[in-house]
Design a protein around this ligand. Structure first.
Ligand SMILES: Cc1cc2nc3c(=O)[nH]c(=O)nc-3n(C[C@H](O)[C@H](O)[C@H](O)COP(=O)(O)O)c2cc1C
Length: 230
C-alpha cells in the first residue's frame, strides 16, 4: 500500500532491453489507466494482476464494456494474502463475496418478503448493507447523520497512498445511485421518532461500533451479511 502504483514497470523496462521475448509485469496495478499507461509506454508487453482480480474478478469484463467506474478497486491492504497464509482460504476486506465465489453464480434465494429497510449510518458498512439489500429487491432508506456519505473512510480523502481506499467510498456511492429502490437521506439521525414515522420492517444499525458474530471481518462484510439476513 505504501509503494507507488505499478512500481515494477521500470524494472520490466530494463528486462525488456535485454531479452527478445515478451515481458510481463506484476505488482500494484489496480486500475485500467495504470495498466494502459504501462503497455502504451512499451515498458512491458503484458500486465498481470493478483489482488485487483481478487477484489473484482470482473475487472477485465468491465474494462472491455467501458464500465471502468464500476470496478471495485484494490486498496492493496493485503488482507487476501494474510488470510490465505493463515487459513488456506481467501477473503477480501472490500468484497464480502470473495471466498464464496459460488454466490456470484448461484446467489441466495430471493427474500420471501420484500421489506422496507431503514439503515442508520452511511459509512462503508451501512452503504454495503444498502447495496446488498437493494440488489435483493428490498426498499432501502439509508440515513446518514452528517452531510456526506463515507463515514470513517472520509478521513482518507487526502492521504495519497490510501486513494483507492477513499475511492471505495465513492464507488459505493456511485453504485447506490444506480438503484431506484435506495433513498439516501443526509443530515438525518435515526431516532425513535423517525423509526415511528417510517415504520420499517427491519432496521440495520451501522453506526460504526457494531459487531455481528460469524464470518464477517470488516464493516463491509457486516453490512453485506446483515442484508442477506433480511
Ligand atoms: C492471495 C495471494 C496469493 C499469492 N500466492 C502467490 C504464490 O503462491 N506464489 C507467488 O509467487 N506469488 C503469489 N502471490 C503474489 C502475486 O502473484 C503477485 O506477485 C503480488 O500479489 C503482486 O501483485 P498485485 O499487486 O497485482 O497483487 C500471491 C498474492 C496473493 C494476493
Amino acid at each position: 500500500m505504501f509503494y507507488p502504483h505499478g512500481l515494477n514497470a521500470e524494472l520490466a523496462a530494463e528486462v525488456k532491453k535485454n531479452v527478445h521475448i515478451p515481458v510481463a509485469v506484476v505488482g500494484a496495478i489496480s486500475d485500467p489507466e495504470k495498466a494502459e499507461e504501462i503497455i502504451a509506454s512499451g515498458k512491458a508487453d503484458v500486465v498481470e494482476m493478483a489482488r485487483a482480480l481478487i477484489v473484482d474478478p470482473f475487472f477485465p469484463t468491465k474494462v472491455k464494456e467501458g464500465r471502468d467506474e464500476d470496478i471495485r478497486k484494490c486498496m492493496r491492504c493485503h488482507v487476501c494474502f494474510d488470510t490465505i497464509i493463515n487459513t488456506r482460504d481467501t477473503a477480501c476486506a472490500l468484497n464480502p463475496v470473495i471466498g464464496e465465489e459460488e454466490l456470484y453464480f448461484s446467489p441466495p434465494a430471493p427474500p420471501a418478503k420484500l421489506k422496507k429497510v431503514l439503515i442508520a449510518g452511511g459509512g462503508p458498512g451501512g452503504m454495503q448493507a444498502a447495496l446488498s439489500a437493494a440488489e435483493r429487491g428490498h426498499e432501502v432508506i439509508l440515513c446518514e447523520a452528517s452531510s456526506k456519505l463515507g463515514g470513517q473512510i472520509l478521513c482518507e480523502a487526502h492521504v495519497d497512498f490510501k486513494k483507492n481506499y477513499y475511492g471505495f467510498s465513492q464507488w459505493l456511492i456511485h453504485q447506490l445511485k444506480k438503484h431506484d429502490n435506495v433513498e439516501i437521506r443526509l443530515d438525518t439521525k435515526v431516532d425513535s421518532k423517525l423509526v415511528e414515522e417510517i415504520m420499517p420492517d427491519s432496521l440495520i444499525c451501522a453506526i460504526g461500533d457494531c459487531v455481528r458474530p460469524g464470518k464477517a471481518m470488516t464493516a463491509v462484510h457486516h453490512g453485506h451479511y446483515a442484508a442477506l439476513d433480511l
